[in-house]
Design a protein around this ligand. Structure first.
Ligand code: ZN
Length: 308
């Protein structure tokens, strides 16, 4: 028996509700929905109707931004199935938010009042769109995260926010990865957590800014790669088809660049989304709070995708 299962023997009904919630965040009552029925807002609590409507509007706006950034060839898969957004209270949700497979996004309702949640929305919606386009095929988790973090950051800037403590922490990781650390992280197609997210973002930023003079329209190009994977190509081959360079050769070039720029943040971060933090990136204090405030793990993606 799991620890939570055991704990649930005592407090009775509350615990049953809690266990139910933890296992089925998509089963909460419907509180409101978009006019076209695409977006369904679920919650464990009675949401004020205005607040519920505001959640709908914010998700739809971020979803459109993500779709534009990705520039999908076919937007059909994006709205082919309803998207459930479950906003939950503290007892039901321990983390701030996550996407679970292609059809469900979960977030703490109180976190929606934090401006950073705009970035989290765009981040999770990028996962949702990528998974919908992949149609059950696999993209390495670092690449899913690199996509989601760059688009999430772009969305925050798009709506007028400024880079903040979260970006400073990311800049620190970006500036300090060694080539060896990076290669180990990139070897793991199912990694998770802060470093997995950070290295994926460094890869996407490196491609956008540095690689062969910088790849124009990097996110549309990555979308083309995802479409190739959805059509049946393995990741490494889809990468080669799209960028005309073997994935392994890319990794060698990337590792060489990491070695050249080791401990020279002004060079490594030049032109990237972290450029303004270059001077302080090596001395920025790691802040667990800033990380926990933002990091939302994609949990159960694999199981969910297989079942989809
Ligand atoms: Zn993510």
């Amino acid at each position: 028996m799991t620890r939570s299962g055991f704990m649930c023997l005592l407090p009775g009904l509350f615990c049953i509700a809690n266990a139910f919630a933890a296992e089925s965040p998509s089963k909460y009552p419907l509180r409101c929905q978009s006019d076209d029925g695409f977006l369904l807002i679920l919650s464990d609590r009675a949401l004020d109707p205005e607040r519920c409507k505001s959640h709908v509007a914010r998700v739809i706006k971020a979803f459109a931004f993500v779709a534009d950034s990705a520039a999908w060839k076919d937007r059909g898969p994006l709205t082919a199935q309803p998207l459930r957004f479950s906003v939950l209270g503290d007892p039901a949700l321990k983390v701030l938010g996550y996407a679970q497979g292609p059809n469900l996004m979960v977030m703490k309702d109180a976190y929606m009042d934090n401006p950073l949640s705009e970035g989290t929305l765009a981040h999770e919606l990028t996962h949702i769109q990528d998974l919908r386009q992949l149609r059950g095929k696999r993209l390495p988790s670092f690449m899913l995260e690199g996509r989601a973090l760059t688009i999430g950051q772009a969305y925050r800037m798009h709506i007028g926010q400024k880079p903040g403590d979260y970006d400073r922490q990311m800049a620190r990781s970006a500036a300090t990865f060694t080539a060896e650390q990076a290669m180990e992280l990139l070897d793991n197609y199912r990694g998770h957590g802060w470093n997995n997210q950070a290295i994926g973002t460094v890869v996407v930023e490196y491609m956008r800014v540095q690689w062969n003079g910088g790849v124009a329209g990097i996110n549309p190009r990555l979308s083309r790669m995802i479409e190739r994977i959805a059509a049946g190509r393995e990741f490494d081959l889809a990468f080669q088809d799209e960028f005309k360079v073997a994935a392994e050769a890319f990794a060698d070039t990337f590792a060489g660049w990491l070695r050249t720029t080791q401990n020279i943040p002004q060079q490594r971060l030049r032109g990237t989304i972290w450029q303004s933090f270059a001077a302080e990136s090596l001395t920025a204090k790691p802040s667990r709070v800033a990380r926990d405030d933002y990091v939302s793990e994609v949990i159960d993606i694999v199981d969910e995708v297989l079942r989809w």
